[in-house]
Write a protein that binds this ligand. Structure first.
Ligand code: HEM
Length: 299
């Protein structure tokens, strides 16, 4: 089943790249093609599109790139990381399949995110060959994410369902991250922060994939959009804006994810490799899950 799924996704992404090679939108005639579409009758929203793109997208992203690291630096130096002993007992939490899948997503994001940022600040980077190279790398890394996102959604979703009892209490104390105290935190296998991240990167990730396919292959006949009164240029503009806005949120959340796994909880990143989390960490940061394991006699 898993092998068939991988083969299907690889086939699909190869098809997308094949189709892209013939696309009149992709390549030398990019701008003139798009202008042709505008003449064919559209909502003529080009002005608003340009204003939003040039006035809001870059500053929003810049804000995220400056404010989030400053907030993390303040947290790290004022509160400091949570430290749990890795020498005692550990609990297996992530199966090999989940770890490989997570690694694929992580590799893809390590290319997709920086190249996406460079494209948004393309003028700052002088446009040209470097930005075009990033555009290519952004597209080439995307199939890795496409392959990983559905299995990630399916294998983790059950544990990511919101549980008001724990999650609201977790939110009220900001997960206990404002203090270094080791008091049990209300959370199941995943806490509220992890759940928000999960739903955003998986469902948001699917929207990113859909909009990216439209952006690369927009000279497809899109019957469903035409029936809604949207021309190809409208669909292209709506897709670009959606892609950029959700993308900025994903960048912000990804930065939080990295900070949590590398800095805020010391050595937490090791669970990506061996799939285990120290028992003390589970007992404190995922106290409801720990109780569940105790009731099952697994700890
Ligand atoms: C270099 C990049 C990444 C690093 C270092 C990293 C690190 C980690 C670590 C250490 C955990 C386990 C957290 C725990 O102790 O429970 C984790 C979990 C997870 N990761 Fe990542 N990750 C990366 C990229 C990604 C990407 C790209 C995605 C999705 C697109 C992702 C989605 C998740 C999800 C859904 C979980 C489970 C919930 C959570 O802990 O937030 N990760 N990651």
């Amino acid at each position: 089943m898993k092998k068939r799924y991988l083969a299907l996704m690889l086939l699909l992404s190869t098809f997308l790249f094949g189709a892209k090679a013939d696309s009149s939108i992709w390549g030398n005639n990019l701008l003139s093609n798009i202008l042709e579409y505008d003449k064919e009758g559209s909502l003529h929203m080009g002005h608003y599109f340009t204003v939003i793109q040039s006035t809001y997208i870059q500053p929003m992203l810049l804000f995220v790139l400056i404010v989030i690291p400053l907030a993390f630096a303040a947290h790290y130096f004022i509160v400091g990381p949570k430290v749990f002993s890795h020498s005692g007992k550990s609990i297996m939490v992530f199966s090999l399949f989940k770890r490989i899948n997570h690694a694929l997503a992580a590799i893809s994001f390590m290319v997709i995110i920086p190249t996406g940022i460079i494209m948004i600040f393309g003028d700052f980077f002088g446009g040209g060959a470097f930005v075009r190279f990033c555009k290519g790398a952004h597209a080439i890394a995307s199939p890795l994410f496409m392959i990983s996102v559905i299995p990630m959604l399916l294998t983790w979703m059950k544990r990511m369902i919101f549980s008001p009892k724990d999650d609201i209490r977790w939110l009220k104390i900001v997960g206990g991250y404002l203090s270094k105290e080791k008091k049990p935190i209300p959370a199941g296998m995943f806490n509220m922060g992890q759940k928000i991240y999960f739903w955003f990167v998986t469902l948001g990730g699917l929207v990113m994939i859909a909009t990216s396919v439209i952006l690369y292959l927009v000279d497809f006949e899109l019957g469903i959009f035409t029936s809604m009164g949207l021309s190809q240029i409208d669909v292209l503009r709506i897709s670009a804006l959606t892609h950029n806005i959700i993308g900025i949120f994903i960048v912000a959340m990804f930065m939080v994810h990295i900070y949590m796994s590398v800095f805020a909880i010391k050595d937490a990143y090791k669970s990506m490799i061996d799939g285990t989390i120290p028992e003390e960490e589970v007992k404190i940061l995922h106290s409801s899950y720990y109780k569940e394991l105790q009731e099952k006699g697994e700890v």
